[in-house]
Design a protein around this ligand. Structure first.
Ligand SMILES: [Zn+2]
Length: 475
C-alpha cells in the first residue's frame, strides 16, 4: 500500500485510530485515482535554486513519487459541526484496554531530581500537553515499566539538531517532565510493545546526564520555578479599596465591544494607583497578564473563530501560555524559546507578538503557501493542535484546518488507525517539493460534518507573513 511509504526522513506517513467498527454501510467518498503517478516537474512551481549532491538526489527521488492534485478546497468555515470533539482527546486508536493510573506527582520547584530521559524526533513537550506513545524499543519499554513502578514520571528532552537556519544551534538543556496516566504492555509474536498516554507537567533544566549500562539516559535535573511577578502596583494600592477592584458583570453583547469594555474597567479598577507612580498606566498594562490573555484570545479568534471554546481553556496565565504554545504551529526553535522563558508574562508577550505577525502557513522545505491562519479550525477539545502517534511509533503534532491548498494526495483514503474516529485519512504532500505535509481527513459517514478537513504536521509548516511586495517572511 502506498500508505506505508516512508519519506526521506524515515518518518512514517500513516495514521491511526483502531476504531474500525465496520458497521458503516456508506462508501468512502474520495475519488480514487491512481495511487502514485509519475510526472515531470510542474509548470507553476515556484522558482528555486539548484540543489547539490545528496539534496539534489533526494529531491529527484521524491519527485519520482508524486501524488495527484488535491482539488478540494473548502472555502467556507464549517458552520455545522456534528463531530464529537471529545473523541480525538481519548486517543482511542491506542485501544481502550489501557490501565489507568490515578494521582498526580508534583516535584518540588527548584529541587534537584534524577529522571530517566527520553528524546523523540519532532517532539517538544509543553506542560499540559498530552503525549501518546507507541513503543517498540525493548530498552525504552523496560525503562517505562520501571517508571510506572515509581512516580510514573520521566523527562522529555530535545536536541538542537532540528533548529532552523538563522537560529542558534546550541543543544537545548531544557526539558519537560511527562507523567504517565495510562499504559498497556503486550506481547505480539514474542515482541513486546507498549502503548502509553502521558501529560506534560513541569519544565526542568538539565544539569548533567549519564548513560546507564543498559543504555538509558539519566539526567540530574532542576525543576524550574515559574516566576510569577507580584502586582507591581501593590505598594501604591490602598487595601481598603480592594473590593472596588472587582469587575462587575459586563452587559455588552459580545466580541470586541465586550473586550474593550472589560479593558476599560480593568484600567479603572486596577491601574488607578499608577497615577501615584512615575510610570504611566499604559506601561503597566503592557505587562498585565490578564490584559495580555485577553489580547491573545482576540487574536486567536481570528485563527479559530468559535471552534475553540475559551471557557474550557486554562485560566491561569502560566497554564494558558503553555496551552497557546502547544496550539500554534511553531518551528522547534520557537517552541523551545517559549519553553525557556520562565515568566508567564514574558511568554504571553512573545506569543502575542507571533500571533499578531503571522498571517499564513507555508511549507518548511520550499516556502510554498499552504494555508491562511484563518483556515485553522479545531476538531478536538484539546484545541486545533495535538500530538498523535502513528503505528510506527512516530509522534506528530498535528494542526487541523478546514481548508488548505497547494497539496497533492498520495494513496487511497483509509480509516484504519484514524486519529479522528469516523474519518478516513489520505497522505498529503507539498505540491512543489513533495515534502510530507500531513493528511487529509474525509468523513466515512455522510451525515458527519465537516465532510473533510486537513491535518498538517507541525514540522512541515511554518508561520510567516507577506509584505507589500508579496515577499514571504518567516516569524
Ligand atoms: Zn514544499
Amino acid at each position: 500500500m502506498a500508505d506505508d511509504m516512508d519519506d526521506e526522513d524515515g518518518r512514517m506517513q500513516e495514521e491511526e485510530g483502531r476504531e474500525d467498527d465496520g458497521d458503516d454501510p456508506e462508501e468512502l467518498d474520495g475519488d480514487l485515482d491512481d495511487d502514485i503517478i509519475q510526472e515531470d516537474e510542474d509548470d507553476d512551481s515556484p522558482a528555486e535554486e539548484d540543489d547539490d549532491n545528496n539534496e539534489g538526489l533526494l529531491r529527484r527521488l521524491r519527485l519520482h513519487i508524486r501524488g495527484r492534485l488535491d482539488r478540494d478546497r473548502v472555502q467556507k468555515r464549517p458552520t455545522k459541526v456534528t463531530y464529537d470533539a471529545s473523541l480525538p482527546t481519548t486517543h482511542s486508536y491506542l485501544g481502550n484496554d489501557l490501565e489507568e493510573y490515578s494521582g498526580r506527582t508534583v516535584l518540588d520547584e527548584d529541587s534537584y531530581v534524577s529522571l530517566p530521559l527520553l528524546h523523540l524526533p519532532g517532539v517538544i513537550l509543553v506542560p499540559g500537553q498530552t503525549l501518546p506513545l507507541h513503543l517498540f524499543n525493548q530498552r525504552i519499554i523496560s525503562m517505562m515499566k520501571h517508571v510506572i513502578q515509581n512516580n510514573r514520571t520521566f523527562g522529555m528532552i530535545h536536541d538542537g539538531h532540528n533548529m532552523q537556519p538563522g537560529h542558534d544551534e546550541s543543544p537545548a538543556n531544557i526539558g519537560t517532565t511527562a507523567e504517565i496516566y495510562s499504559a498497556k504492555e503486550e506481547e505480539d509474536s514474542g515482541v513486546e510493545t507498549m502503548r502509553i498516554k502521558a501529560t506534560g507537567r513541569q519544565r526542568f533544566q538539565i544539569m548533567e546526564t549519564r548513560r546507564q549500562a543498559d543504555g538509558i539516559l539519566i539526567g540530574r535535573v532542576r525543576i524550574i520555578t515559574e516566576s510569577v511577578l507580584p502586582d507591581p502596583l501593590e505598594g501604591a494600592r490602598c487595601s481598603s479599596h480592594d473590593r472596588l477592584r472587582l469587575i462587575p458583570p459586563l452587559k455588552q453583547a459580545k466580541g470586541v465591544e465586550r473586550d474593550m469594555a472589560w479593558i476599560k474597567q480593568r484600567r479603572k479598577r486596577y491601574l488607578r494607583p499608577a497615577q501615584w507612580t512615575w510610570i504611566p498606566p499604559w506601561v503597566y498594562e503592557m505587562y498585565d497578564a490578564e490584559v495580555l490573555m485577553l489580547h491573545i484570545k482576540t487574536e486567536l479568534k481570528s485563527w479559530f473563530e468559535d471552534s475553540v471554546k475559551f471557557d474550557t481553556v486554562p485560566s491561569k496565565p502560566s497554564d494558558f501560555s503553555f496551552w497557546v504554545a502547544s496550539n500554534i504551529p511553531l518551528a522547534d526553535s520557537q517552541r523551545l524559546k517559549l519553553l525557556e522563558i520562565n515568566c508567564p508574562v514574558q511568554r504571553l508577550r512573545r506569543e502575542l507578538d507571533i500571533l499578531r505577525k503571522c498571517t499564513l502557513l507555508h511549507c518548511t522545505e520550499c516556502g510554498l503557501d499552504i494555508a491562511n491562519k484563518s483556515d485553522v479550525f479545531s476538531m478536538s477539545l484539546d484545541g486545533p493542535m495535538a500530538a498523535y502517534v502513528n503505528p510506527g511509533g512516530y509522534v506528530h503534532d498535528t494542526l487541523t484546518l478546514y481548508s488548505a491548498h497547494n497539496l497533492n494526495l498520495v494513496g487511497r483514503p483509509t480509516k484504519e488507525n484514524s486519529w479522528f474516529p469516523g474519518y478516513a485519512w489520505t497522505i498529503l504532500q507539498c505540491r512543489h517539493c513533495t515534502n510530507h505535509m500531513g493528511w487529509k481527513f474525509t468523513a466515512v459517514k455522510r451525515k458527519l460534518k465537516p465532510e473533510m478537513f486537513w491535518g498538517l504536521t507541525r514540522s512541515a509548516v511554518q508561520p510567516g507573513f507577506k509584505d507589500t511586495q508579496d515577499q514571504l517572511h518567516l516569524i
